[in-house]
Design a protein around this ligand. Structure first.
Ligand code: MGD
Ligand code: MGD
Ligand code: SF4
Ligand code: MO
Length: 719
């Protein structure tokens, strides 16, 4: 069934506003769009209207969401396919572009084999797109090589979740529960900037008498809200969590009944924690023992409590173990599997949750099924109408895939990511992309990655197409098309349908999102992320439906684990983990820590938000945040250009002098390409389990920029 606006063209006039959700982060704020004037390609005619009834954000939006229609404008976005001819990208008809893509993949696969074709997806894609992209890889290309940018995002938390609880849903409870818990420990999340409307849950928590502990090497706007701010060295969260568990045990705060009845593996976890006594942990982390004691008093002393992690502790080469150690703390104190208590990961991308459930991950099939499990393969193959033996096995993880471009993988489709800016060791990744025989990028704008492509396919955007996403709470929600895309722009579902048929698969790739969703429901049925009972109509009526939801009579599952955990024996599992250093620690040549992250007004690689004037005015370019004492030592003033060097490369950006950061650490946001690209510096050391790169810690040297740097930078500073 097509949504009316899709079938009938732009919804002109003053028709009722269409309810939808923001295109950006995992909060997926509810909003409504009213379209007047010509509609397509005309942001002025698209008005964002408050949708106060949607519970997660209750009408509030951040500046990114509010200005998202700016990216719908022609002149900003792509409006026709581009095909490289004589080295230059020129506009082409869809048929020519699609023929080129089909030929590009066929040539490479006939010469080098099926696995020489690769796909790099994104956690911003709707469930329908992510599902069909995974199916396209396995059924049409027959390649094992598909992975996506979520690997750079929450994969460590996902791995830890599965180890401890048997299932990975970022938050096992709705956000509203956070406001009512006794104590929340927020580890490496700056949600004041990264999910502004969600800050309300933390301020309400304090108004309700609860306490807030924030763990971040920087005094962020989130940390400013805290009852207690712990400011560890980057990359030492694992030691900190073990130190807190040590104090919990030493001070008699273990919930013995809970541990005995609902968990396994405590003995080994206890032994590991006992080896991390407070003074030792203070030496590793820099967090004074009295502050650790205070954190334990607040957390263990409250009747209910939560630990919430985001990218700070997760984007480390030991992220999985680190999250496991924080989960241990919840389990030992009985703060899991009970109302208003538990561990949760604050997932990042718009569909960061759903995007990891339905098959664009190298080791997965839809419904969180495993690509190596015979029963899982048989179920999905039956839905797809193919022989289970025809499905490839697991492929390479995101960075491992990018690292073999041009050698083992010769043709690549990128849909929904901009790795030239966002991948670790980005100069190397850019070289690999350039060395491909064939690169096709589907995007809404000409991103830095699309600029390298042989073919660029212009995709429709959030406001122009219908589809579901799954927000950070596990709530499946519906974006509804409010207007039609400009002529020359097509949805990704159309692209996959057309490519499949050119490659000989003429069924199973519908272009209508609801039809795709119905197939996804069947494919996920009986799996962990079971969507079988979720329909578009139910989502409209119920403000979203939480998975698992096995049948249409089932109410959905806002809260997991209250009776049992999702492990075979129903018990949560402690993990046996010990601290280890980051893959790269400072030394005489590279004496400082670099950590990276986000600012309020830019989103991710910046491909979309750098095209919005209001956001650029607020956050015009990259910077290096450093402490005044470090700035003095280097002899630099605020705004002066700095050169930052690591073993991977060099970046140049103005100094932003601030007492909010540790003296031994500098911080760079990663939203820009060019000379100020943070990822020229970052370390692709991978977590052994999740394959997450170590974005949050590496060693650098910082100095005043030289003449050559000034020329490369082109600008005088942060203006
Ligand atoms: N404005 C904006 N909002 C966004 C995004 C965006 O790009 N811009 N992206 C979305 C996405 S995909 C994601 S994943 C989320 C990310 O959301 P967050 O995780 O909140 O964002 P980050 O800035 O990457 O990292 C959070 C904090 O980790 C701290 N940190 C750095 N190193 C360490 C460490 O070793 N330990 C600890 N404990 N903390 C550390 C940083 O100082 C930073 O304040 O945001 C989402 N929302
Ligand atoms: N140094 C450092 N690097 C990081 C991080 C960090 O903290 N530090 N964080 C990492 C994290 S958590 C993440 S999530 C990644 C994100 O990094 P990227 O994967 O680069 O994320 P985006 O910039 O959101 O890229 C999405 C691209 O898809 C396009 N797009 C949007 N919607 C659609 C659609 O529906 N269809 C198609 N075809 N295209 C679409 C957008 O225009 C954009 O070009 O960055 C990672 N990189
Ligand atoms: S918080 Fe996230 S979902 Fe909400 S408006 Fe901002 S970017 Fe969009
Ligand atoms: Mo992310």
């Amino acid at each position: 069934m097509k949504h009316a606006a899709e079938a009938a063209g732009p919804a002109t006039g003053t028709a009722a506003a269409t309810e939808t959700h923001c295109p950006y982060c995992a909060l997926q704020c509810g909003m409504a769009l009213r379209v007047s004037g010509p509609g397509a390609g005309d942001a002025a005619g698209v008005e964002v209207v408050e949708r106060a009834s949607f519970p997660v954000n209750r009408g509030a939006l951040c500046g990114k969401g509010r200005t998202a229609p700016e990216v719908l404008r022609t002149g900003v976005r792509l409006t026709a396919p581009l095909v490289r001819t004589d080295g230059v990208l020129r506009e082409a008809e869809w048929s020519e572009a699609l023929d080129r893509v089909a030929r590009g993949f066929a040539t490479v696969q006939s010469t080098y084999g099926r696995d020489a074709a690769g796909i790099f997806g994104g956690g911003g894609l709707t469930n329908e797109k992510a599902y069909l992209l995974g199916k396209f890889a396995r059924v049409v290309l027959g390649t094992s090589n598909i992975d996506y940018n979520g690997r750079f995002c929450m994969s460590s938390a996902a791995a830890a979740h599965r180890k401890a609880f048997g299932v990975d849903r970022g938050l096992p409870f709705p956000l509203e529960d956070v406001a009512r818990t006794g104590c929340a420990i927020v580890v490496g999340s700056n949600l004041a900037d990264t999910m502004p409307p969600a800050l309300r849950y933390l301020t309400e928590l304090k108004e309700n008498g609860g306490s807030l502990v924030v763990v971040d090497p920087r005094r962020t706007r989130t940390a400013e809200q805290a009852t207690l701010h712990l400011q560890p060295l980057p990359g030492t969260d694992l030691a900190l969590a073990l130190g807190l568990l040590h104090l919990v045990i030493a001070d008699g705060h273990v919930d013995e009944d809970f541990v005995a009845e609902r968990t396994t593996g405590f003995a080994a976890a206890r032994a590991a924690a006992m080896a991390h006594w407070p003074e030792r942990v203070e030496r590793i982390t820099g967090v004074p023992v009295p502050e650790m004691r205070r954190a334990v008093e607040l957390f263990a002393g409250a009747a209910t409590g939560m630990v919430l992690t985001a990218r700070g502790p997760e984007q480390q080469s030991k992220g999985t173990d680190t999250v496991g150690a924080w989960i241990n703390l919840c389990l030992a104190t009985g703060k899991a599997g009970r109302p208003l208590s538990g561990y949760g990961c604050l997932t990042g991308q718009g569909n960061g949750q759903g995007g990891r459930e339905h098959g664009q991950k190298a080791d997965q099939l839809p419904g969180y099924r495993s690509i190596t499990d015979p029963a899982d393969r048989a179920h999905v193959a039956a839905v797809w109408g193919v022989d289970p033996d025809s499905l490839p096995g697991p492929g390479r993880s995101a960075y491992e895939l990018l690292d073999v471009l041009g050698s083992e993988v010769r043709a690549l489709l990128v849909m929904g990511s901009n790795p030239v800016v966002s991948a670790p060791r980005a100069a190397h990744v850019t070289d690999r992309l350039r060395s491909l025989d064939f690169l096709v990028v589907s995007d809404v704008v000409l991103s830095e990655t699309a600029e390298l492509a042989d073919v660029v396919l212009p995709s429709a955007q959030w406001a122009e197409e219908t589809g579901t996403t799954t927000n950070l709470e596990g709530r499946v929600i519906l974006r509804q098309a409010a207007l039609t895309p400009p002529r020359g722009v097509r949805s990704d579902l159309f692209t996959l349908h057309e490519l499949a048929s050119r490659m000989g698969v003429t069924f199973g790739f519908p272009t209508d999102a609801e039809t795709v969703f119905d197939e996804l429901r069947a494919a996920s049925s009986g799996g962990q992320a079971d969507y079988a009972g979720i329909t578009y109509d139910r989502i409209r009526r119920e403000d979203g439906v939480f998975w698992p939801c096995p049948d249409e009579a089932h109410p959905g599952t806002p809260r997991l684990f209250l009776d049992r955990f999702a492990t075979p024996d129903g018990r949560a599992r402690f993990v046996d983990v010990s601290h280890r250093p980051a893959a790269e620690e400072p030394d005489a040549d590279y004496p400082l820590y670099l950590t990276t992250g986000r600012v309020l007004a830019q989103y991710q690689s910046g491909a979309q938000t750098r095209r919005v004037a209001e956001l650029n005015a607020a956050e015009p370019g990259p910077f290096v945040e450093l402490h005044p004492q470090l700035a003095d030592r280097l002899g630099v003033a605020d705004g002066e250009l700095l050169a930052v060097t690591s073993r991977r490369g060099r970046a140049v950006a103005p100094a932003k002098v601030s007492t909010a950061i540790r003296r031994d650490t500098v911080f760079m946001p990663f939203h820009w390409g060019g000379a100020g690209r943070a990822n020229s510096l970052t370390n692709p050391a991978l977590d052994p389990t999740s394959k997450m790169p170590e974005f949050k810690v590496c060693a650098v040297r910082v100095e005043r920029a030289g003449a050559a740097d000034l020329a490369a930078n082109g600008t005088g500073g942060r203006s």
